[in-house]
Design a protein around this ligand. Structure first.
Ligand SMILES: Nc1nc2c(ncn2[C@@H]2O[C@H](COP(=O)(O)OP(=O)(O)O)[C@@H](O)[C@H]2O)c(=O)[nH]1
Ligand SMILES: [Mg+2]
Length: 246
């Protein structure tokens, strides 16, 4: 893993077939970046995309106002967790974080989480995550049911597990030893942080609408239930030591 730079922040955004959203996303980051007011880098992970993501990124990243951005490529898609982990391993920041690439979160969400982390007496002892404003009933029901189940089985308080971003000191990376490939990555990061005694802090975020395209997992009943089932199985695997315990 690369050595950490002086106080700085790496934001990792794994992108899977988000070619339509990327120009908007990058424009939002180009506009907002000066607000960060710190050294930083934006890492876009082309997570084995099969659309125009590679060409779009090549074209967009020629813009000088995106000089803080670089691309990491995953040749074959294995899922959200794998792509995010590959991006995090390439990160140089002393603080690192990840979020989504479909415009549902704002760059400022990452910045706010970073500022909150830096404001802690011991930034290495905390992880800052987004906490979504109340959403529609079925989304809230699913989120809360998964959080209650995970908390009860893993014996630790967990809420709004998949809310983005997650921002933490790079020292946690060494403990993410067996990250899951899929969307269970968020749970794994929180679980590992809690087991290591980190304090979990939140910043409020608004979960907006996708600018283009549809959710990559909740687009149909079957794919939705597959992801939910995989998460339930993963919760029990974590509990009984059959998945990576950092
Ligand atoms: N499904 C999926 N999404 C990925 C992957 N890698 C990165 N992502 C990104 O993960 C983010 C969230 O995915 P999305 O399907 O919108 O999930 P939702 O927001 O929970 O409905 C998007 O920005 C995707 O581009 C992957 O391998 N699979
Ligand atoms: Mg989304």
């Amino acid at each position: 893993m690369p050595e950490a730079a002086a106080t700085s922040f790496s934001i990792v955004l794994p992108c899977y077939n988000e070619a339509e959203n990327l120009p908007l996303l990058l424009e939002a980051y180009a506009q907002a970046w000066p607000e960060l007011g710190a050294a930083g880098e934006l890492i876009l992970v082309d997570n084995g995309s099969t659309d125009n993501t590679a060409d779009t990124l090549e074209r967009e990243l020629r813009r000088p106002e995106l000089a803080f951005t670089r691309v990491v490529r995953v040749p074959k898609n294995r899922g959200f967790g794998h792509g995010t982990y590959v991006g995090l391993r390439a990160a140089l920041g002393e603080a690192v974080g990840f979020s989504h690439a479909d415009m549902q979160y704002r760059p400022q969400d990452c910045f706010n989480a970073y500022r909150k982390l830096l404001a802690q007496p011991d930034p290495a002892g905390a992880l800052v995550k987004g906490k979504r404003a109340p959403r529609d009933l079925s989304a809230a029901l699913l989120t809360n049911t998964m959080a209650v189940l995970a908390s009860a089985v893993l014996l630790m308080p967990l809420t709004d597990i998949n809310a983005q971003p997650k921002v933490f000191h790079r020292s946690l990376l060494a403990h993410l030893r067996q990250p899951p490939d899929g969307f269970q990555f968020d749970l794994y990061v929180l679980y590992t942080a809690r087991r290591r005694g980190l304090t979990i802090l939140t910043v409020p975020v608004v979960f907006g609408r996708r600018a283009h395209g549809q959710s990559k997992w909740a687009f149909g009943l079957l794919s939705r239930y597959r992801t939910i089932w995989a998460t339930i199985v993963y919760i029990f695997k974590l509990r009984f030591g059959m998945a990576g315990r950092g």
